[in-house]
Design a protein around this ligand. Structure first.
Ligand code: CA
Length: 234
């Protein structure tokens, strides 16, 4: 069972998808334009997005890029083009998988199951849950839940991974390169990706770069997470 956002402008394809996904006991929301999709993912947390690349308002890869700017939700792109270079480009642009239209519901189900499996590691693959506590933060890596002062934080997958990684080594300055490798599983990339996610995380923690509480950026060095000064035990 997953919360799925279907982004598809073709009424016929859209209702077929909704019917199939609902039958498979997923919860579905659907929109017909990229801008509506962006608005949805900014407000609702989905487990998966199925993104048609031929939308009326934005080019599909443009839509994907903008989507990636706000969320790490797994995205399966549905493309009419069976063009290998285009598909490689989309996967590089952040798509988790793709489907070439027309596709069967069986094919869609199989791709969805694989993407969801990757996004949510199997319970057996994760070590027994140890809740990480740093000041008022409590992070449960197994349940993938984080709280600040008892209030549940609504984090994206990447924000959660970033927070959990830093909370696992409180007070330790982690280099950007290490964050890229450990959280993004990339050996290279630009610092902006990290900075953007850090600023979102910061906002959700209710702090700013100018007045940090938990998240401290050391220019040119890296980032560390530690309890706010007043809450530190002597
Ligand atoms: Ca279309």
């Amino acid at each position: 069972m997953a919360a799925v956002l279907v982004v598809e402008d073709d009424q016929f394809v859209r209702s077929a998808l909704i019917r199939h996904l609902t039958d498979a006991s997923h919860t579905v929301r659907s929109v017909g334009t990229a801008l509506e999709a962006l608005r949805e993912v900014a407000h609702v947390r989905f487990d998966l997005v199925i993104l048609d690349l031929g939308l009326p308002d934005l080019d599909g890869s443009e839509a994907l890029k903008m989507l990636r700017g706000i969320t790490d939700v797994p995205v399966i792109v549905a493309t009419a083009r069976d063009d290998e270079r285009e598909i490689v480009r989309l996967l590089n642009a952040g798509a988790d998988d793709y489907l070439t239209k027309p596709f069967s519901v069986e094919h869609l189900s199989a791709r969805m199951a694989a993407v969801l499996r990757r996004a949510r590691p199997a319970a057996g693959a994760v070590p027994p849950s140890t809740v990480l506590r740093v000041g008022g933060l409590a992070i449960d890596p197994l349940r993938r839940e984080a709280e600040l002062d008892g209030v549940r934080l609504d984090l994206t997958r990447r924000e959660f991974d970033l927070l959990a990684f830093l909370a696992g080594r409180p007070g330790v300055v982690v280099a950007r390169k290490e964050l890229l490798a450990e959280v993004w599983q990339q050996s290279y990339g630009d610092d902006q990706t990290i900075d953007v996610h850090l600023s979102w995380l910061r906002r959700k923690l209710g702090e700013t770069a100018a007045r940090p509480r938990y998240l401290h950026t050391l220019r040119g060095v890296g980032v560390k997470l530690e309890p706010p000064r007043a809450e530190r035990t002597p």
